[in-house]
Design a protein around this ligand. Sequence first.
Ligand code: AMP
Length: 554
Amino acid sequence: MTSFEKFVSVCKRIESISGSLEITSIVAQFLKELDEEELGITTYFIMGKVFPVWAEAELGIGPNLLYSAISRTSSLPVKRVEELIKETGDVGLAAEKAILSGKNHMNFFSTEELSIRDVHTRFQKIASLTGKGSQDAKIKNLQYLFGAAMPDESVYIARLSIEELRIGVGEGIVRDAIAQAFNVTAELIERGYMLTNDFGLVAITAKNEGTSGLEKLSVILGRPLKMMLAQVAGSIKEAVEEMGSVAVEWKFDGARVQIHKDGDKIIIYSRKLENVTLSLPDVVTAVKSHVTAKSAILDGEVVAIGKDNRPLAFQEILRRFRRKYEISATALEIPLYLNLFDVLYLNGESLIDMPLKHRREMLEKVCDKGIVARQAITGDTSVVDSIYKDALAAGHEGVMLKNPGSLYTPGKRGKNWLKLKPIMETLDLVVIGGEWGEGRRANFIGSYLLACRDPDSDRLLSIGRVATGITDGQLNELTGVFKELIISESGIHIEFEPKVVFEIAFEEIQKSPNYDSGYALRFPRLVNIRSDKSLEDADSIEKVEQLYIRQKGK
Ligand code: AMP
């Protein structure tokens, strides 16, 4: 049985280095030493998780509960615990300090060592506590763990209890470490993970059965698998040239659902793979009455249609997904309509390795027409164009262009599913910095750092870089203009006086910690140099926030 102390020492080693190859090999070495059960648990723990992604168990430990448990264990007042968190910037270090300075630490007298399994079992117990009195019971269980832990173990118990380990081990490292530990390819581990959402299961399979076992891993009814994602299409013409003929469907303005049907038991998962079944009774009824398959995993989009027959804003759909009370009233107010576009599993068999065309035939066989998204297979760009226009006219987002011969690749944003939608509104942004180019472009400024205004603080907040959409002629001209505005340089980085405004098109706004604004632009492209606009005319952070909220799915 492996001690929790051993896990802690591995975490500490990882924290002291930064190279991901070295981290991977430390994790791999550790995974090799574990028995089956510990191996499963450790693949979660090492990423700061307690349960696999698909599991519905939740610890339900918030900051207040954690502070109370630390306070009770150490006999320090909660206020002092909070101060320690402020001082150290970390709940783990604060827990250690508190417990070391406290009086009631039982491990100073205890000889029993905590094992990895003990910690997990206790967390399972905590997750199982619900209802009246559960808060106090959770605190007591956590207090027990802290009491039984050595001070340095309490660092990691505190962090695990709020599922933030902060040692920089993510999915990529765990995937590579499992592959390294059990001498199998990272691709097979990745595939297994996309199918099962469970590194524990994948690692145990790799350990016990190697490559052949991993190859046998498949879709599991009742366990969500990652959804296939789409890339942006360059144009209809490009997509048709690439695929020959394309399967065209409306890109519905709604929310993604993955539906698992096992006889009368229906489970609906959201895009984030949360079980949203209870909030969507009308969708459950639709599946029960319109899907004839005994068992199936179906992929689709639900849309809410307003009185004017147009899709309601995404926020309205979210109200449905998040609803815990008065569900039927909200369902009447915002009814959802199902548009299924794929089937991944049918009557005991996985279909993900079958071509889309075949999956589509199966889908049509087992579902009534009314809940299946219409699809046309065509090589004629004018047909695609007219479907695209119809979709926009009906208030939807655009079209999806799918390769009819493609397999379903869970979790992948590949070339087999392309999305085509109108470019969003543009933003007028101030250029605050840049970078010298490389190679042929070494004497030119190759990319520009953009910012929006913050009217409250009068500051400029960075939001991304643009390098696309700049013609060779503009490259020269802009370099000339911006050379006059250089404030400082360091290596290839340049800072400019904020004078020039660029009009920027983009695919999407995303949240991002990398820029001061907290947002980043996906696929930014220079549309115009707005010499008619001054710094004060540039768009503000409010506009960015509005556009972000208006985007679908965010
Ligand atoms: P995006 O979120 O912009 O990457 O676009 C992909 C999303 O479009 C999917 O996750 C679905 O929620 C949504 N979608 C709407 N209609 C379809 C469709 N016919 N096929 C696939 N995805 C669709």
